[in-house]
Write a protein that binds this ligand. Structure first.
Ligand code: 3PY
Ligand code: MG
Length: 250
């Protein structure tokens, strides 16, 4: 089942893995290991040229794949979706207009202004054509907008009302910097995220965040998070340190 439908059914507690390195093996491992979705990170990772191959790897192990594009880059939204991504994660949103334009870039008319070609991989090179394809694509795509700037927090009520918003995704690292906080775990950052959570719940919009650690994920899951994610580097470092501790190399 596509991620958009799982969210529509009200499923919560989903777990995502950010893959920032252009490795089909990592995508396969994340999918086979039971991740509910992967995020191919073209904002901070080096995956962009490899996105088409990584999407094929995700499909092979049946894990939904979103692509995190760069800020303000609707062209990357168009391309990622034409390559066959199930959805996009859009960072650095500030205004309602920016949010609307990201949402519209991901859908065909009349809901949006995504460019149409049936020759794309998304349209199975033309085997999936006609108005039915447009409707299906608009319904199946997942667009998550990141809330990680002061402006997004200030405009959140209106952003949450936009049609086509599948969910919001809090970026605690950028949020902490935006508010001059020293880390993403300070009281102020936690209380900002709590405020975002409450607004999203009131609006009936799925919400989640980059949780980093399993403990953090557990504590947000208890508060009803729809999805949380961590990254390969966040998983690798503690595992490596624990292993080196037990098996010193020298
Ligand atoms: C952030 O924490 O700023 C993020 O964007 C995490 O994905
Ligand atoms: Mg961020």
């Amino acid at each position: 089942m596509v991620l958009a439908d799982r969210l529509r059914r009200g499923e919560r507690g989903l777990r995502g893995i950010f893959v920032g390195a252009p490795s089909v093996d990592l995508v396969e491992m994340a999918g086979l290991g039971g991740a509910d979705f992967v995020v191919l990170d073209a904002e901070h990772g080096t995956v962009w040229p490899a996105v088409p191959e990584l999407l094929r790897a995700a499909e092979a192990v049946r894990v939904p794949a979103l692509v995190r594009v760069l800020k303000g880059r609707t062209d990357m939204i168009w391309q990622a979706l034409d390559f066959g991504a199930e959805g996009v994660l859009v960072p650095g949103i500030r205004s309602v207009d920016e949010a609307r334009s990201a949402l519209r870039a991901a859908r065909y008319a009349p809901e949006g202004e995504r460019g149409l070609a049936f020759s794309t991989r998304a349209a199975t090179y033309g085997y999936d054509a006609g108005p039915e394809f447009l409707k299906k694509a608009n319904r199946q795509v997942t667009v998550l907008l990141q809330v990680e700037t002061r402006q997004a927090v200030e405009n959140l009520k209106d952003i949450l009302k936009l049609p086509g918003l599948n969910g919001i995704f809090v970026g605690p690292t950028d949020l902490s910097v935006a508010y001059g906080e020293e880390s993403r775990q300070t009281e102020r950052v936690v209380s900002l995220i709590e405020g975002i959570r409450q607004e999203a719940e009131q609006a009936g919009i799925p919400w989640g965040l980059f949780a980093g650690t399993a403990e953090n994920h557990r504590s947000w899951r208890k508060k009803g998070s729809w999805y949380c994610a961590t990254g390969i580097a966040n998983l690798f470092r503690p595992a490596l340190e624990a292993w080196l501790e037990r098996e010193p190399l020298s």
